[in-house]
Design a protein around this ligand. Structure first.
Ligand SMILES: [Fe+2]
Length: 303
């Protein structure tokens, strides 16, 4: 009898959560929690049928729990905002880059997305070894800079570590013949940033900005500074800094006339949706807080 009462007590403690539960039960209850959390996620994007949807993350490769928590939030958001691919802003792996590091700092962290056939497109940061261009999951196909197209949006992944003449000539020749509605360039070093850590890379800006202007680049995405910043349009181009997907430099954003919106209290990722002449964006923190959102109008088609 005493044993029966004891068993009942154990059972009720497990049910009401006062005792730790086994791994299997934990997973089942965990998915219910995830489902509940999903219903509380705030989405500002329209999720229109046939639209182009993607995520952006930068400076991810720390292999920390917090990087995993950002990744988990991306997975949760993907349940309500199905995106097909992710742009990586560089610093994909901090520290050593052994085969094991590619797992612990990337493929394990984003396993759910990779298993779901989400494609990642990387760019090289200052911490990245050039051999990353051959890592299949980064889809760089052996190239330090490359272009790909989705729908009527062209993406240019540039290597801002070495913006040499050869790369610039390639960029110009590709842009010159590019008739896409949207042209998005992404690379590691931000041409505009107010962060204390690094700030604007003015030398880079002087080289690339005239090309962006000449050929009608719409949006420029960068990382390097471990914060979020939406820069006020510069000469008509939209600039973002998204460099806190796995590392954070807290309270790093300075008061600056450059900044439209910033967030430096936690890590984050971004979601984008292109619907015709409009590009919706939403920046989301590690904990699911929407820290910025809005819509960009195509500069060449707004009249
Ligand atoms: Fe960096």
């Amino acid at each position: 009898m005493r044993r029966f009462v004891f068993s009942l007590l154990i059972l009720s403690l497990v049910i009401f959560g006062s005792l730790p539960i086994s791994h299997g039960q934990s997973a089942a209850i965990g998915s219910k929690v995830a489902a509940r959390a999903n219903s509380s996620l705030k989405l500002t994007l329209p999720v229109k049928e046939g639209s182009l949807r993607f995520a952006v993350m930068g400076d991810t490769g720390s292999g920390t729990d917090k990087q995993r928590q950002v990744a988990n939030m991306m997975v949760q958001y993907r349940n309500i905002f199905p995106f097909d691919f992710v742009l990586m802003m560089g610093d994909n792996l901090y520290g050593s880059e052994s085969a094991k590091d590619f797992e612990t700092k990337f493929s394990d962290v984003y396993k759910v997305l990779l298993n779901d056939k989400v494609k990642f497109y990387a760019t090289l940061g200052n911490h990245d070894l050039p051999m990353q261009i051959n890592y299949a999951n980064f889809n760089m196909n052996g190239k330090e800079y490359y272009r790909f197209k989705k729908g009527n949006v062209a993406f240019y992944s540039l290597n801002s570590n070495y913006m040499d003449k050869k790369q610039l000539a390639w960029l110009e020749s590709e842009l010159a013949k590019d008739t896409s509605d949207w042209k998005i360039c992404f690379f590691h070093h931000p041409p505009y940033s107010s962060a204390k850590g690094h700030g604007s890379d003015q030398q880079l800006r002087e080289i690339v900005e005239p090309i962006f202007l000449k050929y009608g680049v719409n949006v420029v995405l960068a990382g390097h500074d471990h914060v979020y910043e939406r820069i006020k349009p510069q000469k008509g181009i939209y600039y973002f800094v998204s460099g806190a997907g796995g590392r954070l430099r807290e309270s790093d954003v300075q008061t600056s006339p450059l900044v439209e919106k910033s967030f430096d209290r936690d890590m984050h990722f971004m979601l984008f949706e292109v619907v015709g002449n409009q590009m919706y964006f939403q920046a989301i923190s590690r904990t699911g807080e929407t820290v910025d959102s809005g819509v960009l109008v195509n500069q060449r088609k707004q009249k």
